[in-house]
Design a protein around this ligand. Structure first.
Ligand code: GTQ
Ligand code: FE2
Length: 355
């Protein structure tokens, strides 16, 4: 009998009768289960998928006629992975959604143990307040609301504002570490520090003398696209293009050099015109939000076409490459990579991966 972790042993009437007999004892034979999960390599439950913004936008706008941001708490259309129907998840470990806030609306203050990021997709004039300090939101900006901080949103402008929410909800749920609080029964946090205080304190390549950390997340909570984009554009001039990633920069916690948050690690990358990246795979799952440009990502041999404002998911351990069309593409992404790395479980493979 060949030894294998991956094959089911023979099922005989005698064995089946035994399994039935022991079932009431709340025990089960491991040899009937091993092959179901001890896979040679990871097999994610999530499927690759592209959420096309233009197709979703009309329905997203229609939500404004159904419910207010305040009544909904957060007026969000979940980007639910088709392979994870009903699970409130874009992939095995992360949640994503498009949140809409209309002029004059507010979304009340709350806090929770799941960490969140906001990546602004459309519209100007909204803000996220973190502990009462307002961060203005512009398309392409990244805003963090780490685990446990009070946050609310509002729209002071005259157009609808939409952003991509990314949260570690599936992971937090799995770990049994979910905590949430409303701020004083649904009210709004009082005005905090003045606008741009956070940027002055932590985002100017300086920090307050003797600063002591407030947690394992970045003290910066607003990363404006203007700065991110110009960094990438300037880096393109050196023409040092990574064959797997183009020019890909990690948003960091400037106090420690660590990822933005322990569970959500954020990146912005530039793919020059016509670039086709080398094949790459890693245990990490990646969620992408396209800022500029068009192209496709070929995942396990199947092309997934994308354009501005689309969101797509590359589940872990699938070989993939990006192909850029005729103009620079700017791709924002976030991933569970930092979790894998902290636990010593992260692996990757580069080049010639076709199975
Ligand atoms: O904006 O605070 O998409 O708490 C899910 C949970 C957004 C938010 C979501 C949240 C929020
Ligand atoms: Fe929240």
């Amino acid at each position: 009998m060949a030894r294998s972790l991956h094959e089911r042993p023979e099922v005989t009437p005698e064995r089946e009768a035994f399994y039935d007999k022991i079932d009431p004892l709340a025990v089960a034979p491991l040899w009937e289960r091993l092959f179901t999960f001890m896979k040679k390599e990871p097999e994610m439950r999530a499927a690759p998928y592209v959420w096309e913004y233009d197709k979703i936008r009309p329905s997203l706008m229609e939500t404004a006629t159904l419910i207010t941001a305040e009544e909904a708490e957060r007026r969000v259309l979940i980007l639910e992975n088709p392979a994870l129907k009903g699970e409130t998840a874009a992939c095995d470990s992360m949640f994503a959604g498009f949140q809409l806030i209309m002029p004059g609306e507010i979304a009340p203050t709350h806090r929770h143990s799941p960490a969140a990021l906001r990546f602004i997709v459309e519209g100007d004039g909204a803000y996220t307040a973190i502990n009462g300090e307002k961060a203005p939101m512009k398309p392409g900006d990244l805003i963090l609301t780490p685990s446990g901080v009070w946050h609310d949103h509002g729209n002071l402008g005259d157009e609808p504002v939409v952003w991509l929410d990314g949260l570690d909800i599936p992971l937090i749920r799995f770990l049994g570490t979910m905590f949430t609080d409303l701020y004083e029964e649904g009210g709004t946090h009082p005005e905090g520090r003045p606008k741009f205080d956070n940027m002055a304190r932590f985002g100017a390549n300086m920090r307050p003398m003797d600063y002591e950390t407030e947690g394992p997340h970045s003290p910066v909570f607003h990363y404006p696209y203007e700065e991110t984009r110009s960094a990438l554009v300037n880096l393109k001039k050196a023409d040092e293009i990574d064959p797997f990633h183009g020019i890909k920069m990690q948003y960091i916690n400037p106090h420690t050099g660590e990822p933005t948050m322990p569970t959500l690690d954020c990146y912005m990358q530039l793919l020059p015109p016509k670039m086709v990246t080398q094949e790459y795979q890693s245990t990490a799952t990646w969620l992408y939000s396209v800022v500029e440009g068009t192209g496709r990502t070929v995942i396990n041999g199947t092309p997934y076409e994308w354009g501005p404002r689309d969101v797509f998911v590359v589940p872990g351990w699938l070989p993939h490459r990006h192909e850029c069309n005729d103009e620079d593409a700017f791709l924002f992404s976030f991933t569970d990579k930092a979790v894998h790395q902290k636990l010593g479980l992260y692996r990757e493979k580069r080049g010639n991966l076709s199975r």
